[in-house]
Write a protein that binds this ligand. Structure first.
Ligand SMILES: [Zn+2]
Length: 1215
């Protein structure tokens, strides 16, 4: 035993920030920028560390809090009190399963150089003595294995010592009796412990772990590295290697609540509901090893018991439902039986359409709370009351039964339903269906199970509009367990007695049974892409066989030793070339997972087809088999991540067919189809390693696990996503199935061209029109039309040219003459029905496009007094364009004229909606007119600028300033103008900003310095105003952002949604904890940290974030955000408003700054930090300010229109 006094070693407990010492006043006092760059931290040391850090003490003391508070990048879930305010919702509430022997408050002896005892929460369990900052803290400041304790002694004055081989810990209790209790329990326990393991202490101390991985790791924010050990289902942190050898640790992290995320080159985060540990490894390679080790540890922790223990809580689930083996670790989740491993193997043989087999230990994700409850409510015994009601003793299984018996029994039981208890309604389909619909409304899941497996149709239409299926009916009656059960049986094959005899077992693994052989021509395999055409001479004739999962090629059919073998499991992709790509007419490529490419050819189309089919069949697993039916040009597997799961990639099976990407994603049994031409975005990111596909509502990240096949996929997908030709259906499309080019042009003309005289008749500049057409052809999604950059007549001619040159024409070649014959129909109503009939026969895209175009032309001619393009004029222009005729006769024009004239009848337009649309356009025109007057009249200077009232620092009369706001004025310029008038000098770090303040909503938002003020002004309601004041949090936000490697954030935030009851404006709802992940694209909301599927997902660009929450909504803290979401959908603009409430001001600032940084691309504040003075010579023309944005925020437009109608003078007051 060491004779050292405790003071000698009680060195920095590397501890987690002690925030009790931090008051809110401190938090606002963190303006100075920390001097030591890069020492931002997620975990901070407390005074104990500082005590030991003498050389830094002076400086660091003053700036330390700045770090801790302004740059706490990772401490997601630590309220200011330093404890978790409420335990996060978890399936397993206790991360530490060992029973606690004793716990309580004790004073620990002061560290060196300090006089004060420190109050600590001390906990003793079988394995460890630990102490914590407080009783709510999850991570200890010290963890001492009980096996390392060699003695416990009483030292008077309520004190006692805990002695280990190297150190002594001194504690002081509140009373002698309390002290005696501690000493007694510690002594009892450690003595017992030591007697049992005495021999081991001498050689290998029993407290030594069996590490999976160990070494030094940097924990962000700590200067010295920590010795980190991954062992079993825990990660231990030690101050250094010596401490590790002595067994004295800082803390241990239970990995059953952990999540590991790769964040940067060398860094990664270990996230728990309580804290994020941000680690930095010495090298990228080491980081990967750490991540792997920690993920394994999580796997172990999860597999350890959580689900199985809960499922086994129902006693009959402790025995296999089929053979009665104990502790069954598998389940057929649709049949609701818990089964053993051997039986699970046979269940799998039935195929997922009969039995969906999942592990209680490994398939953690499938085990939702509802599913667990289903298994607890039912239980093997009750369920067997149905499935095994009539089992002859001779057929029953025992744990010792052989595989053959199991196979027969399990097939008879579930595939045939041979032993089931027949429902009284069996055979009466109608009654069964009715009974099902009635029963799902109550809680009797067992009855539902009986009904279903006796033939009730799970998809039987209920006949109710709001809940059309039994699942929705169950949900409507809040029967979540019923819904859960049904949802696993939507595609279940019902037991059928007549199916007897041999069944083909379906496996998830590739179907090795495929056999095929024949001659193929083959080139030497390559490690790169085939760039050039391969001549016939470069191919050699080979005898090829596909057998037992091996694809082999031989010199000839006489040889018995293959020249090469490719296992079907090694094949990752098969790509079919277009005919005549190479010397052989028909060729295909195989990619192996060892990055080789094999090119095969033949001149026989049938042989080619047969080989492609057979090889694909050999390497595509049966659950993705449906892909084989498709006429794909490329098929194979890739890793992917998507909104449901961003942590670790999963395997997906993909087939590319034309412009559709078909996918079978892991864990999903349904095929998904992605229309590549309707993607909102397609890009290759992260140094060509990730292909990002953004669809509405979700983002798919396809990962380049291997270079060669991934590159092939990227090229093929990009090609498929582009315009494939000039006909309408082959264009990139909007959600509404309108070619993007048409949509963008119409949109632009509506905004900027409706008053342009002779619009669509005047020609643009040919070279510019050609360039625009080309840009749209290349990638229409990337073309953004902007006023100032693009001319109205160029755009209008681009649209015309597109229609004139489109392959089939808008009316299609076959139908064109029918359309052209319609105008002669004499009877008006007959004519209209004839047009409607023709319209209904158009292909989907043509129909949608015609509708959009005629709507547009209708609007154009409504403003003919301004643009001189009346019905007739438009028809003259568009008739020949759309019918692609020479325009010599007016028949084509007549059709267009009639379409526009009878627009509302033919297209069955909602008059209200049309009126609204026209009102909006009128408003746009008025605003533009006013602005144009100003710009056309430069002599009058700023006459006619909007005059607006801006307040300085607070809204009161004396703080009022009336400012002219030219269209080009930015928030920074306005701020400067106000400060200038008030003769306020801007000091460094004074972050003067312009704010929009809403009194009604009790919110405010700092305008971005480059944001134009005028559009904001238009969107403000009467209860809102502009205010110039300092942005006190800006420094903190800048420091925080500077400390971030990538701009993203995650953590638990309280969430509340505005739900309007019956549109009466009665709001309901309350704040609930939700886990959020914010990255550069999306904000995702999860029910809890471990949830796989986000409950909600929003594109960040569609969010507007305001500080503050209406008090009426009773936010739990004063640190709230009001978030407005406005969708871009044209047909149905959507606006949601919801609320986020943070636990600390810091959290609030972190979220807010992350939002802003993403929305403004990191440009938070002007680099020179002093806003530029408004140039008096500023061009008062309005450039390309979209005064009323048409897209993206129709609400803003409506507001603006409303404001306009209510008080036009308020907006257009002349000076
Ligand atoms: Zn069994």
């Amino acid at each position: 035993m060491s004779g050292e006094s405790s003071d000698d070693y009680e060195d920095p407990d590397l501890v987690l920030l002690d925030r009790k010492s931090v008051t809110m006043a401190d938090k606002d006092a963190f303006l100075p920028v920390p001097r030591v760059k890069g020492r931002y931290s997620s975990l901070c040391s407390d005074d104990e560390l500082l005590d030991n850090d003498n050389e830094l003490l002076g400086d660091r003391r003053s700036s330390w809090q700045d770090y801790g508070l302004s740059t706490l990048q990772g401490s997601v879930y630590l309220p200011v009190t330093g404890c978790v305010s409420s335990p996060p919702p978890r399936d397993s509430p206790s991360p530490s399963p060992s029973p606690v022997l004793k716990m309580g408050w004790l004073d620990k002896n002061p560290p060196q150089g300090s006089l004060y005892y420190q109050r600590r929460w001390v906990k003793l369990d079988v394995d460890y003595l630990r102490y914590f900052d407080n009783d709510k803290e999850v991570y200890s400041k010290r963890v001492i294995p009980t096996s390392a304790i060699t003695g416990v002694t009483n030292v008077g004055e309520q004190k006692f010592e805990v002695v280990t081989t190297s150190r002594t810990f001194l504690f002081r209790a509140e009373s002698d009796s309390e002290r005696n209790e501690w000493v007694s329990v510690l002594q009892d326990f450690t003595v017992v412990h030591h007697e049992g393991s005495r021999e081991r202490i001498s050689s290998t101390p029993s407290y030594l772990l069996t590490p999976e991985h160990q070494g030094y790791l940097e924990l962000r924010g700590l200067r010295s590295k920590l010795y980190t050990v991954v062992s079993g289902d825990k990660v231990f942190l030690y101050k250094n290697l010596e401490d590790y050898r002595l067994g004295i640790g800082i803390t241990s992290i239970d990995m059953n609540v952990g999540n590991v995320k790769d964040t940067d080159r060398r860094s990664f985060d270990l996230t728990t509901p309580y804290r994020i540990f941000s680690f930095v490894a010495d090298s990228e390679q080491q980081k990967d090893q750490w991540i792997e080790a920690m993920r394994d540890s999580i796997g172990e922790a999860l597999s350890n018991s959580e689900v199985s223990n809960r499922i086994w809580a129902e006693p009959s689930n402790g025995f296999c439902a089929d053979c009665s083996a104990t502790k069954p670790e598998w389940a057929a989740i649709n049949l609701c039986v818990v089964i053993c491993k051997r039986c699970a193997g046979e269940h799998r043989g039935l195929g997922p359409s009969i039995s969906k087999v999942r592990s209680l230990k490994m398939d953690r994700k499938v085990w939702t709370e509802e599913l667990i409850q289903v298994f607890l409510t039912l239980g093997n015994e009750r369920v067997n009351g149905f499935w095994a009601a009539n089992v002859p003793p001779s057929e029953a299984l025992s744990p010792a039964s052989c595989s053959e018996d199991r196979r027969l029994f399990i097939s008879a039981k579930y595939r045939q339903g041979k032993y089931r208890r027949y429902h009284p309604l069996y055979g009466n389909q109608k009654e069964l269906n009715n009974a099902l619909c009635i029963n799902v409304q109550c809680s009797d899941v067992l009855e539902t199970l009986c009904l279903l497996f006796c033939g009730a149709d799970v998809n039987h239409p209920t006949g109710l509009a709001d809940c059309p299926s039994p699942v929705s009916l169950a949900l409507a009656h809040n029967q979540k367990l019923q819904a859960e059960f049904l949802s696993h049986n939507l595609n279940t094959e019902l037991p059928r007695l007549e199916v007897v005899g041999l069944m083909e077992p379906q496996h998830y693994s590739p179907q090795h049974s495929v056999t095929h052989n024949g001659f193929l021509y083959k080139t030497a395999s390559m490690a790169r892409h085939v760039m050039e055409r391969k001549a016939k001479e470069e191919f050699s004739r080979r005898w090829c066989t596909l057998n037992d999962g091996n694809f082999s090629y031989y010199e000839s059919d006489k040889n018995s030793t293959p020249n090469g073998i490719l296992k079907s499991t090694e094949i990752v992709c098969l790509a079919v070339n277009k005919p005549e790509t190479h010397g052989f007419e028909y060729t295909f490529k195989l990619y192996s997972d060892s990055e080789r490419l094999y090119l095969f050819g033949t001149d026989d189309p049938d042989s080619h087809k047969e080989w492609v089919k057979s090889i694909s069949k050999a390497f595509i697993p049966s659950n993705a088999e449906a892909l084989l039916r498709l006429g794909f040009e490329r098929i194979g597997r890739l890793k992917y991540k998507d909104g449901l799961n961003l942590q670790s990639p999963r395997v997906g099976w993909f087939a590319l067919v034309g412009s559709s990407l078909h996918a079978y994603l892991e864990d999903s049994e349904v095929e998904e189809e992605i229309n590549l031409r309707k993607l909102q975005e397609l890009s290759i990111q992260q140094e060509n390693e990730v292909l990002v596909l953004v669809e509405r509502g979700r983002t798919l990240y396809m990962e380049g696990e291997r270079k060669l096949d991934f590159q092939g996929w990227c090229e093929a997908i990009q090609r498929a996503a582009g315009s494939a030709g000039d006909s309408l259906g082959l264009q990139q499309l909007t959600e509404m199935d309108i070619p993007v080019i048409v949509d963008r042009c119409i949109d632009y003309i509506t905004q900027c061209g409706l008053t342009s005289e002779g619009i669509y008749r005047k020609s643009g500049v040919n070279s510019r029109v050609a360039a625009l057409c080309e840009a749209f052809r290349r990638d229409a999604r990337s073309v953004r039309l902007k006023e100032g950059e693009h001319q109205v007549d160029d755009v209008s001619n681009t649209l015309k040219r597109f229609f004139r040159e489109s392959g089939e024409g808008l009316f299609t070649i076959e139908a064109a003459s029918a359309w052209l014959n319609t105008p002669v129909v004499p009877d008006e109503s007959k004519k209209i029905s004839e047009y409607q009939l023709l319209l209904s026969r158009l292909p989907r895209v043509n129909k949608a496009t015609l509708r959009a175009l005629v709507n547009h032309l209708y609007c154009v001619q409504r403003f003919a007094d301004l643009n001189q393009m009346n019905l007739h004029n438009l028809a003259i222009v568009f008739g020949p364009t759309l019918f692609q005729t020479d325009g010599k006769d007016y028949t084509a024009g007549r059709v267009v004229e009639e379409l526009i004239e009878h627009y509302t009848d033919i297209f069955e337009v909602d008059e209200q909606q049309l009126k609204r649309q026209l009102d909006e356009i009128t408003a746009i025109i008025k605003v533009r007119e006013k602005l144009n007057q100003n710009s056309n009249n430069p002599a009058s200077g700023s006459a006619g600028d909007f005059i607006c009232t801006v307040y300085l620092e607070e809204k009161k009369e004396t703080a009022e300033q009336h400012v002219k706001i030219p269209g080009s004025m930015t928030a920074a310029e306005l701020t400067c103008e106000i400060l200038d008038r008030r003769k306020i000098t801007v000091r460094d770090k004074d972050y003067w900003s312009c704010w929009e303040v809403s009194e009604k909503d009790e919110t405010e938002r700092p305008l971005h310095h480059l944001e134009r003020v005028l559009p904001i002004l238009h969107s403000l309601g009467t209860d809102s105003h502009l205010l110039v004041k300092k942005h006190v949090a800006m420094e903190a936000m800048l420091v925080y952002l500077a400390s971030k490697v990538d701009v993203s954030k995650h953590g638990i935030v309280k969430f509340r949604e505005e739900r309007s009851i019956l549109g009466l404006g009665l709001n309901t709802g309350s704040f609930h904890d939700r886990y959020f992940i914010l990255n550069s694209m999306c904000l995702r909301m999860y029910k809890e940290v471990r949830s796989n599927r986000p409950e909600r997902e929003w594109q960040v660009k569609n969010l507007k974030v305001y500080l503050g929450i209406k008090k009426k909504l009773r936010p739990p803290t004063c640190w709230g955000l009001t978030v407005v979401y406005e969708s871009e959908k044209q047909d149905k603009p959507e606006r949601q408003q919801w609320y986020l409430c943070c636990d600390t001001q810091n959290e609030l600032r972190e979220w807010f700054s992350t939002f802003l940084s993403i929305q403004y691309d990191g440009n938070m504040w002007p680099v020179d930090s002093v806003p530029t003075r408004v140039s008096r010579a500023v061009d008062t023309r309005h450039g390309n300010v979209a005064l009323i944005p048409l897209r993206g925020s129709e609400n803003e437009m409506r507001n603006s229109v409303a404001a306009f109608t209510a008080d036009p003078l308020g907006l257009f007051r002349d000076v």
